[in-house]
Design a protein around this ligand. Structure first.
Ligand code: NI
Length: 135
């Protein structure tokens, strides 16, 4: 028996979309105002989906308090109220788009010991969301 559980988190962070592989002109054309050198912010909403069997003794897939502590330590402490380009090492080389944010958050959460990480979904705004389910 396998069930899924999804837990929702939020953090606020600043970023700048700018690729070192593109010229300044190409960056401006591609990213528009998101390439502003001083950055801009988003209130990100992250959904973390886990799967696993229901434990016979607890009736749960995973202890939500344990999941909250893990996500807090691995993601929220590292990302909330941070400048993603400057303060998250992965984004020194990768552009901090929400696509790459999904991959980085998945990488940080896939070692959660109590259940299998199925998917990370991030809403960057009310209009955009992205999902990553691993390779
Ligand atoms: Ni943005």
């Amino acid at each position: 028996m396998k069930l899924h559980l999804t837990r929702r988190y939020a953090f606020a962070a600043a970023h700048r979309l700018h690729s070192a592989q593109l010229s300044e002109e190409e960056n401006r054309r591609l990213y528009g105002k998101c390439a502003n050198p001083y950055g801009h912010g988003h209130n990100y909403h992250v959904e973390v989906t886990l799967s696993g069997p229901v434990d016979a003794a607890t009736g749960m897939i995973a202890n939500l308090a344990e999941l909250d502590a893990f996500v807090g330590r691995e993601v929220l402490d590292a990302f909330d109220h941070k400048n993603l380009n400057e303060e998250v090492p992965a984004f020194r080389s990768a552009v901090p788009t929400t696509e790459n944010l999904c991959v980085e958050i998945f990488r940080r959460l896939c070692t959660f010991p109590a259940a299998h990480l199925e998917r990370v979904r991030i809403e960057e705004t009310g209009l955009n969301s992205f999902e990553y389910a691993g390779e």
